[in-house]
Design a protein around this ligand. Structure first.
Ligand code: FE2
Length: 300
């Protein structure tokens, strides 16, 4: 009912979910209709201003045109190409109170934005430059920040990394890892987005490195300079990402969130029947049931 109240602008203060919800609200408030209309692509010609005050360093939504929303009835988590904020504020002082676990998860979200954008079918040299820089900054600053969460200089660097990784996905896109994560946290909302990405991520890196060894190695060399731009180093690329996550304290598994082998059919059909648009054109390798099963088993 926002538009009936004479609202002239929407101000979002929060992390990704809040800003994404505000994006949708501002579109509905500007042009009427409901979420289903927005999902089908309805966009008013004149959008009311949207001001985003970003409180995390992972989402990238303050700088990109996407929103991710879960529909209550079907628990489907969808990614929409919707709008840019009119004004965004990235001030590290607002991220100081982010607890340790979410400091890690949001930073890993930015990490996978960078990795997937640089290896997706929509990649380009600009995206790769941003992605490499983002991963370098995360690698340099996140472990130090975890020793003192009030280190505003490190927060500023991570916020910058998250922002440029946001530009990278806006120019390119995420691919399979994000699509699988949407399924997992759609089914289990307690699973934080960044953690969900980290559970399956190293195995997606393995398949990605096999087909995009040059791009993959170029950005992962910021973690380990010995990774070679060769298909044969896919295993090493996977291990490097896994070990980086473990060094941050990320050791959880999908089982910790109640998933088991029995859920595979549900995950696979959800992914391939409803969320195909999130990975089909962007993923650099051919998806098969075996590959998805392997990725899920890896994360369990
Ligand atoms: Fe993300």
């Amino acid at each position: 009912t926002l538009w009936r109240e004479g609202v002239e602008a929407v101000i979002a203060i929060g992390g990704g979910s809040v800003i994404d919800a505000a994006k949708v609200a501002s579109v509905i408030a500007s042009g009427g209709g409901g979420f289903k209309d927005v999902f089908r692509g309805r966009r008013p010609r004149n959008m009311m201003p949207l001001i985003a005050i970003n409180l995390t360093h992972g989402t990238g939504t303050e700088i990109d045109r996407y929103a991710v929303l879960t529909t209550d009835d079907t628990r489907e988590k969808h990614g929409l190409d919707i709008r840019y904020p009119t004004i965004s504020v990235d001030d590290p002082i607002y991220t100081i109170s982010l607890p340790k676990d979410h400091t890690i998860y949001t930073s890993l979200d930015a990490f996978y934005h960078a990795y997937e954008a640089a290896t997706s079918n929509y990649r380009n040299i600009f995206v790769e430059t941003l992605s490499r820089e983002a991963i370098f900054i995360i690698r340099e600053n996140l472990p130090v920040l975890l020793k003192d969460l009030s280190d505003v200089e490190r927060r500023a660097m991570l916020l910058y990394a998250s922002m440029i990784a946001g530009i990278a996905i806006d120019q390119s896109s995420t691919h399979l890892n994000h699509a699988i994560e949407h399924v997992l946290s759609g089914l289990e909302p307690r699973l934080p987005h960044g953690l969900g990405l980290a559970l399956t991520g190293p195995r997606v890196v393995y398949y990605t490195h096999k087909v995009r060894p040059i791009e993959s190695a170029r950005i992962l060399r910021t973690l380990d300079p010995n990774i070679k731009p060769l298909e044969d180093d896919a295993e090493k690329a996977m291990r490097t990402v896994k070990e980086f996550q473990e060094s941050l304290g990320v050791t959880q598994r999908l089982e910790d969130y109640g998933f088991s082998e029995d859920d595979f059919k549900k995950i696979y059909s959800y992914l391939t029947e409803r969320l195909r648009y999130l990975y089909e054109d962007s993923t650099p390798f051919q998806i098969s049931e075996d590959i998805i099963r392997d990725i899920i088993s890896y994360a369990l």
